[in-house]
Design a protein around this ligand. Structure first.
Ligand code: UGA
Length: 424
């Protein structure tokens, strides 16, 4: 079957995954980014981000992937333009839509193209675009990919959401057809509902995490073990086992931003979204709780050496946006501790971001002489460390705060470590 050529605007993480996966499905893809160096390296088949399977897909489909800095290249080859630009929060908590606006300016008054919005935008964005440009096709097609498994998520979606109003239904049919080979359920709806599905899904998952983190905190007081509690809860079909992992709080470029965006949108419309206010507050406190766990055993942290294992906001990514490690490094420095951090892939990115911390070249180097280790990101290699031998020998005080309940507690305790987990 003939697959239609598409344009992708913005070759960041979402745009690249979208480009590579649609190329894999047989589409010619014209992907545009404004950063010339990025376009050059992508054209050579070099992918600038760490995302499992992405480099392979880009190289495999090089013939169908055309990277360019020029919008006219894209417009002359494709009608459907998948918009994958950043929409970061502004100081007020609203979304900054200037990059979406820029795309619209570049389109001029073309009525032969349709925007397929993958960027996360406030509910109402589609309506306001269409009010200004009623001849422009507009489809809302939010993404639900997770960093670290984005390629697999794209290829095996739980669902694909395609929202359109009135005159854009024909474009929505074409977008839906593109996803049909993947087999996930396609949710056809209106634009505002599609926009809301995206924000509400992320806000709900963030709520689930803050909820289990609070259960963890109470469990510590009452002698329950949150891992057991989550296992028992998760077997209820209505609850489900996912996103019930207690830890050091959620980070990343999506949950913190989208929870705030939805709270802000509600507020702007006159509704105070109380639950989300609490979700954010619980998360901020959760990020800081670790400090108290160190103090409980070390007293004042002034002059103490603390090792952070993991900097990325979760494993399998080099993304450190809103990562708990950033808050911890800042807080520890504030307490006068000296911090060494190690991450298998995000170390270089963290160099300028981790307040006063030194980035070590290996986990053992970070741990050397430490008064306490905090496991921040559950990279598998941290489990493989020789905890009871080499690690213990190198530490000044054998204290481990396992921020992800990831390590073998019994083994550590038996070997003489002081072990602090989350909610156990
Ligand atoms: C999230 C959503 O899961 C995706 O569906 C969505 O497409 C994406 O945001 C987005 O809007 O672009 P992502 O930010 O990549 O994906 O990461 P998640 O795997 O969802 O994890 C987010 C944070 O929650 C991480 O810091 C993780 O450590 C934390 N988390 C997750 C927990 O603390 N406990 C859990 O049980 C699950």
């Amino acid at each position: 079957m003939e697959r239609e050529p598409i344009g992708v605007v913005g070759a960041g993480w979402v745009g690249l995954v979208t480009s590579a996966c649609f190329a894999e499905l047989g589409h010619e893809v014209w992907a545009r980014d404004i950063v010339p160096e990025k376009v050059e390296s992508l054209s050579r088949g070099e992918v600038p981000i760490h995302e499992p399977g992405l480099s392979e897909l880009v190289r495999k489909n090089a013939e169908r992937l055309h990277f360019t800095t020029e919008m006219p290249d894209v417009l002359s080859h494709a009608q459907l333009l998948f918009v994958c630009v950043d929409t970061p929060p502004t100081y007020s908590g609203d979304a900054d839509l200037s990059r979406v606006e820029a795309v619209m300016r570049e389109l001029g008054d073309s009525d032969e193209h349709a925007l397929v919005m993958k960027s996360t935008v406030p509910v109402g964005t589609g309506r306001s675009v269409q009010r200004r440009r009623d001849s422009l096709g507009y489809v809302s097609n939010p993404e639900f990919l997770q960093e670290g498994s984005a390629v697999a998520d794209f290829m095996n979606p739980d669902r694909v959401v395609v929202g359109a109003n009135g005159g854009s239904e024909e474009y929505a049919d074409r977008v839906a057809a593109m996803y049909a080979p993947l087999g996930g359920e396609i949710v056809r709806t209106d634009v505002a509902s599609a926009e809301m599905i995206k924000l509400a899904s992320n806000a709900f998952l963030a709520t689930k995490i803050s909820f289990i983190n609070e259960i963890a905190n109470v469990s510590e007081e009452l002698g329950a073990d949150v891992s057991e509690v989550a296992r028992g809860m998760g077997l209820d079909n209505r609850i489900g086992p996912k996103f019930l992992q207690a830890g050091v709080g959620f980070g990343g470029s999506c949950f913190p931003k989208d929870v705030l965006a939805l709270k802000q949108l509600a507020g702007n419309s006159g509704y105070h979204f109380q639950l989300l206010t609490a979700v954010v507050e619980v998360n901020e406190l959760q990020k800081r709780r670790t400090i108290g766990k160190l103090q409980k055993h070390l007293g004042s942290l002034a002059g103490k050496e603390v090792a952070l294992l993991g900097v990325a906001f979760k494993p399998d990514t080099d993304d450190i946006r809103e990562a708990t490690s950033l808050v911890l490094a800042g807080r520890l420095a504030g307490e006068g501790a000296s911090v060494r951090a190690y991450d298998p892939v995000a170390g270089a990115k963290a160099e300028d971001m981790l307040a006063g911390a030194r980035i070590a070249d290996s986990a053992l180097e970070a741990i050397d002489g430490a008064d306490g280790v905090v496991l921040v990101t559950e990279w598998p290699e941290f489990r493989e460390l020789d905890w009871t031998g080499e690690v213990k020998r190198r530490m000044r005080v054998p204290l481990v705060v396992d921020g992800r309940n990831f390590l073998d507690r019994e083994e550590l305790v038996e070997a003489g470590f002081t072990y602090e987990g989350i909610g156990r």
